[in-house]
Ligand binder design. Sequence first.
Ligand SMILES: C[S@@+](CC[C@H](N)C(=O)[O-])C[C@H]1O[C@@H](n2cnc3c(N)ncnc32)[C@H](O)[C@@H]1O
Length: 220
Amino acid sequence: MSNKVWNDVDEYIIEKLIPDNQTLENVLIANKQAGLPKIDVSPTYGKLLYLLAKIKGAKQILEIGTLGGYSSIWLARALPEDGKLITLEINPEHAKVAEKNILDANCQNKVKVIVGKALESLHTLTESNQLFDLIFIDADKPNNPHYLELALRLAKSGSLIIADNVVRNGEVSDESNHDESVLGIRKMMDILSNDPRIESTAIQTVGLKGYDGFVLSVVK
Ligand SMILES: C[S@@+](CC[C@H](N)C(=O)[O-])C[C@H]1O[C@@H](n2cnc3c(N)ncnc32)[C@H](O)[C@@H]1O
């Protein structure tokens, strides 16, 4: 089984189940033109986020890691008219591209991009008494244990927490691998395995983005 098969099947799924996707394809084109790295979620993953937000009936969404706003727009599209998404991004250039993409996708009334270190923005949010129905963690992986702790403070009973890139080509279970990102994922997994406030699973994925996976958790 090769990456070619994974890619072909992803293309097949996109053609069948996500055919009318021009606005979001335009986001990827704009990101490429702006020189952003191609580390946004795949279309099938974006649609999964959208479906999870819909299933949850999310009205308040928090995203850690905006890039060009591709996943932000998928999530924002699942929100009701009065729903809101806050997305956190450290890089002002990324945030600028995201804001333009969010405007072009007509999601500007629902989405607020906060520029700065996510840890600082998250601490500020914890002081605002705002709680979120769905939190998507997709920024610098070494900080994942901290992001999870703060996400738990910003969640309520029944909230979903999703964390991306937790398999990393199988590196997560390779004990000889001490990469900072891998260590961050493992520390987050340790919290998830012991914390009585949350129930979780992790799913391995293959496709256009190679071999990876995500954590899906629900707050008790
Ligand atoms: C994987 S990308 C996000 C992809 C996006 N969620 C999507 O699927 O379209 C990670 C983003 O997190 C940002 N980032 C990295 N470290 C950060 C930090 N400490 N605080 C906030 N954002 C950070 C990066 O600049 C990058 O734009």
